[in-house]
Design a protein around this ligand. Sequence first.
Ligand SMILES: *[C@@H]1O[C@H](CO)[C@@H](O)[C@H](O)[C@H]1NC(C)=O
Ligand SMILES: *[C@@H]1O[C@H](CO)[C@@H](O)[C@H](O)[C@H]1NC(C)=O
Ligand SMILES: *[C@@H]1O[C@H](CO)[C@@H](O)[C@H](O)[C@H]1NC(C)=O
Length: 460
Amino acid sequence: MYLSRFLSIHALWVTVSSVMQPYPLVWGHYDVCKTQIYTEEGKVWDYMACQPESTDMTKYLKVKLDPPDITCGDPPESFCAMGNPYMCNNECDATTPELAHPPELMFDFEGRHPSTFWQSATWKEYPKPLQVNITLSWSKTIELTDNIVITFESGRPDQMILEKSLDYGRTWQPYQYYATDCLDAFHMDPKSVKDLSQHSVLEIICTEEYSTGYSTNSKIIHFEIKDRFAFFAGPRLRNMASLYGQLDTTKKLRDFFTVTDLRIRLLRPAVGEIFVDELHLARYFYAISDIKVRGRCKCNLHATVCVYDNSKLTCECEHNTTGPDCGKCKKNYQGRPWSPGSYLPIPKGTANTCIPSISSIGTPPKFNRIWPNISSLEVSNPKQANVCDNELLHCQNGGTCHNNVRCLCPAAYTGILCEKLRCEEAGSCGSDSGQGVPPRGSPALLLLTALLGTASPLVF
Ligand SMILES: *[C@@H]1O[C@H](CO)[C@@H](O)[C@H](O)[C@H]1NC(C)=O
Ligand SMILES: *[C@@H]1O[C@H](CO)[C@@H](O)[C@H](O)[C@H]1NC(C)=O
Ligand SMILES: *[C@@H]1O[C@H](CO)[C@@H](O)[C@H](O)[C@H]1NC(C)=O
């Protein structure tokens, strides 16, 4: 309902737009940073929150293996057929293309038969552990939007940890533990994502779901992004608005899905039995045919385009922001502190553009809306019960639902769902007030308010 209304209004308003893309239905809007609208004063730009489209991020990563010489084939060695310990005449040879298994083959086009894969050396040095780190680096913060999927060509490992970094590989945190026996391997109780809830969604779990040994159908390991989204957006991610609202207000949740690097720590290969067969150590190795990572550049809702140039991802910042993640205001646009765009109010969000520095103002620029600081909230209708977060009703205009009972509205709004302008209720809206602009706040007054950093003139 919301979407179709948005589209029709939008279609009437939009005349020019810098980056116009089709509307992806699942991932909602936020795909346009600005549009030109007609007002009584003529054409003006209207700015909104925007983000790049979600895409296959494996095209932009660098992969590093530790130990560096762990790939099989140098020197050539023989290994046993996958799942068949008595056929040990297969060969891995790095110098022969048909027999080599370099790391790039984890990211090449799948669907070829036989499939191509990276393979490690075998577990010759048992009982010394066979451990491999596969580190994927983007040199850029990215936001994951879909499950990470790792497809093994050999059996799935008995023990593995998926780790993430948010600071370009300086520090690492576990993302998820995988083991055939979580208690034994990591002293953790086994859990599955389905055991989590909205409140425990950030918990780091150990799962036994993906670690049964050799079997043709069980080659895949997931890190479940979508199941975690579903705690907020509902089963088929129908209510993305609710997820976006949560991401907007909960930094920890946003950060949970944000990474600069991922690391797959392979700790023990699939053994498939209780004991390691010491007579056939060429049975044991790791082999991965595919890794899927979907996401988008994190641009703080200030860009729809992320360019890959010189093996580097960079946001093409709008809203007079700059930096690889649009994380600061451009020179001469530091009239108020930088802030990320906001997903709220649904569906266009708030651009939170950088505004000219005081010293650089000659004539005040054409002003777009300043939304009140979302934390300067007022309570409205405290007596209403269970109104603001159910299947159909959500707070509007940047209001947030408090205890499922009431919307906390930005200062200029009122109503059970913050649907009304406060001045409308008081019958005091000026005739020249534009869409969503509080009445007595003329553009100049609003600008002044922003420059002086006080929200009080916005409260009527
Ligand atoms: C893998 O990385 C971890 C840190 O994330 C480190 O402690 C460990 O020594 C590394 N293992 C190998 C084999 O390089
Ligand atoms: C950013 O600055 C340019 C001038 O450098 C101006 O034309 C443009 O409208 C500004 N954009 C925003 C979003 O404020
Ligand atoms: C919003 O208001 C809160 C408290 O009044 C303040 O701590 C915060 O810095 C403000 N944020 C912005 C972006 O102005």
